[in-house]
Design a protein around this ligand. Structure first.
Ligand code: NBP
Length: 484
C-alpha cells in the first residue's frame, strides 16, 4: 500500500502548533509534524493516538519527504532568530514552488525580509498572523495571511477551513504582499492593548467612583455584553469578576497590579511614530502597562500625594450609562486610529489592503472579536476609500449620541484623580481631529524664531515657506524644511 502523504507539515509542537494540527485533522487534512526537541513528536503522537491523520517524523528529511508537492511547511515556533534558523535548516530540502508559512508572532519587517529572500530562491513565503490563543487554534482562529500571492491558492483551502467563521464567512482572507499579514496582526494586537486598557479604566471608575461590588460589576458587564459593546473581552471580564480564590475571597484582589507585555503593542506604537500617524490611544495603553510596572515607585509616591478628596456625586444609574458611552466612544476612536495607521501603511508599502476584509477577519476567532467589527466592515463595504471611520454615517451618529457622556466621564474621572490614560487620550484626539485651526501656528512661529525652520502662511499657497527675523538680530537664512 502506498504511503500516505501529508497535505501540510507543521513544525513546532507547543500549545499553538498542537492545537492547529488537531484543527486541521478535524477538517480532513493529513498533517505531518516535527519539533526541534524530537521527543515532543512522540509525546504528541502518543497523546493523540486516535488521530490517524497525523504523521510524526524524527528527522527533517523524513518530515519533508512525507509532504505532498508543492510542499507546504508551517512554522509555529518562537518568533525571531529561531524562524530564520529553521528556514535555513529546511531550505536545502525544498524545491522551487514549495511554500513556507510562518504562523508565529513575527515582526512584519522580518516577514518582508524573509519573503524577499525566499522569493529570490523560488520559494513561496507566507507570513500569517494567527489570533485566538489556544482555544482559537483548536476550534477556529482568526488568520491574517500575507506574503507571496502565488502561495495563496495552495494554502487557502486549509487556512480558510480551519479559521473561525462568522455568518458563514471565514475569518481568514488574503491580506497583501510581503509583510502585510504580520503587519495587520501587529495592529490587531495593538488594538487589543487599547481595548483591554479601556475596559480597565471603565472598571476602575465603576469601582472607585460608584463603589460597585464584584457581583454587581459582573452583572453590569453582562448587560453591556448584550448591546453595542458585545465582545469577547467584555464577556471574559464579566466572568473574571466572579472568580473566587481558595480562601473564598475574590481572586482579582490577590493579583498584583503589574501588567506584562510581549512587545506587539510597542511595535504598533513605534510604527505609528515612524509613519507619523497619531495612534495615541494604543501608545497610552502601552505606557499604562509600563507605568504599572513601576510598582515600588508608585507605592512610595502614593504616600506623598493623596489626590483629591472629593467624592463622586453622580447618580449611580446615570453615571454607569455615561461610563458605558465613554467606553464605546473611546473604542470607536481607537479603531478609527488603528485603521488610519493601516491606511497609511497600505499606501506607504503599496499593499492595497482591503479594510473591510480586515475587519471581517477580526470579527471572529480572535481576542478583539466583537459585534462592533461588523459595523466597521459595513462602513468600508459602503465606501472602500473611507478616509476615517469617524466620517462614516453610522459612527458619526454614534459619536454624537455618546459625546456628552464621554466628556462627563472623563471630566469626572479627572476631578476624582482616577487615571484614565486611554479615555482621555481618545477624547483629546477627537477634539484635536475635529479642530479646524490648532495652535500649531504658534508652534511654527516658535520653531522659526529659534531655528529659522520657516513656516507656511494661510494667505499663500501650500508649499511656499517663509522666514521672519523675529528678534531683529537673526539673519535671513532659513533652515532646510522637512517633515519627519
Ligand atoms: P512558543 O512561542 O512557546 O514556542 C515554542 C516552540 O518554539 C517549540 O516548538 C520550541 O521547540 C520552538 N523553538 C524555540 Br522556543 N526555540 C527554537 C529554536 N531556536 N529553533 C527551533 N524551534 C524553537 O510556542 P507557542 O505559544 O505555541 O507559540 C508559537 C508561535 O505562535 C509564537 O511565535 C507565538 O508568539 C505565536 N502565537 C502564540 C499565541 C499563544 O496564545 N500562545 C497566540 C498567537 C500566536 P522546543 O520544543 O524544542 O523547545
Amino acid at each position: 500500500m502506498a504511503k500516505e502523504m501529508a497535505d501540510i507539515g507543521l513544525i513546532g509542537l507547543a500549545v499553538m502548533g498542537q492545537n492547529l494540527v488537531l484543527n486541521m485533522c478535524d477538517h480532513g487534512f493529513t498533517v505531518s509534524v516535527f519539533n526541534r526537541t524530537v521527543s515532543k513528536v512522540d509525546e504528541f503522537l502518543k497523546k493523540e493516538a486516535n488521530h490517524k491523520k497525523i504523521i510524526g517524523s524524527h528527522t527533517l528529511r523524513e518530515f519533508i519527504s512525507s509532504l505532498k508537492k508543492p510542499r507546504k511547511v508551517m512554522l509555529m515556533i518562537k518568533a525571531g532568530d529561531p524562524v530564520d534558523a529553521f528556514i535555513d535548516h529546511i531550505l536545502p530540502f525544498l524545491d522551487k514552488g514549495d511554500v513556507i508559512i510562518d504562523g508565529g508572532n513575527s515582526h512584519f519587517p522580518d516577514s518582508q525580509r524573509r519573503y524577499e529572500m525566499l522569493k529570490s530562491k523560488g520559494i513561496l513565503f507566507i507570513g500569517t498572523g494567527i489570533s485566538g490563543g489556544e482555544e482559537g487554534a483548536r476550534h477556529g482562529p482568526s488568520i491574517m495571511p500575507g506574503g507571496n500571492l502565488d502561495a495563496w491558492p495552495h494554502v487557502k483551502p486549509i487556512l480558510q477551513s480551519i479559521a473561525a467563521r462568522v455568518e458563514g464567512e471565514p475569518c481568514c482572507d488574503w491580506v497583501g504582499e510581503g509583510g502585510a499579514g504580520h503587519y495587520v496582526k501587529m495592529i490587531h494586537n495593538g488594538i487589543e492593548y487599547g481595548d483591554m486598557q479601556l475596559i480597565c479604566e471603565a472598571y476602575d471608575l465603576l469601582k472607585k467612583a460608584l463603589g460597585f461590588t464584584y457581583p454587581e460589576l459582573s452583572k453590569i458587564f453582562q448587560t453591556w455584553n448584550q448591546g453595542e459593546l458585545n465582545s469577547y473581552l467584555i464577556e471574559i471580564t464579566s466572568k473574571i469578576f466572579t472568580e473566587i480564590d481558595t480562601d473564598k475571597q475574590p481572586l482579582l484582589d490577590k493579583i498584583l497590579d503589574v501588567a506584562g507585555q510581549k512587545g506587539t503593542g510597542k511595535w504598533t506604537g513605534i510604527n505609528a511614530l515612524d509613519m507619523g500617524v497619531p495612534v495615541t490611544l494604543i501608545g497610552e495603553a502601552v505606557f499604562a502597562r509600563c507605568l504599572s510596572s513601576l510598582k515600588e515607585e508608585r507605592v512610595a509616591v502614593s504616600k506623598v500625594f493623596k489626590g483629591p478628596s472629593e467624592k463622586c456625586m453622580q447618580d449611580k444609574k446615570v453615571f454607569t450609562e455615561a461610563i458605558q458611552h465613554a467606553l464605546y466612544a473611546s473604542k470607536i476612536i481607537s479603531y478609527a486610529q488603528g485603521f488610519m495607521l493601516i491606511r497609511h501603511a497600505s499606501e506607504a508599502f503599496k499593499w492595497k489592503l482591503n479594510y473591510g476584509s480586515i475587519a471581517l477577519m477580526w470579527r471572529g476567532g480572535c481576542i478583539i472579536r466583537s459585534k462592533f467589527l461588523g459595523k466597521i466592515k459595513e462602513a468600508f463595504t459602503k465606501n472602500p476609500d473611507l478616509k476615517n471611520l469617524l466620517m462614516d454615517d453610522f459612527f458619526k451618529k454614534e459619536i454624537r449620541r455618546t459625546e456628552k457622556n464621554f466628556r462627563l466621564t472623563v471630566s469626572e474621572g479627572i476631578k476624582l484623580g482616577i487615571p484614565l490614560p486611554c479615555f482621555s487620550s481618545a477624547l483629546t484626539f477627537f477634539d484635536g481631529y475635529r479642530t479646524e485651526r490648532l495652535p500649531a501656528y504658534l508652534l511654527q512661529a516658535q520653531r522659526d524664531f529659534f531655528g529659522a525652520h520657516t513656516y507656511e502662511r494661510v494667505d499663500k499657497p501650500r508649499g511656499e515657506f517663509f522666514h521672519t527675523d523675529w528678534s531683529g538680530t537673526g539673519g535671513i537664512v532659513s533652515s532646510s524644511s522637512y517633515n519627519v
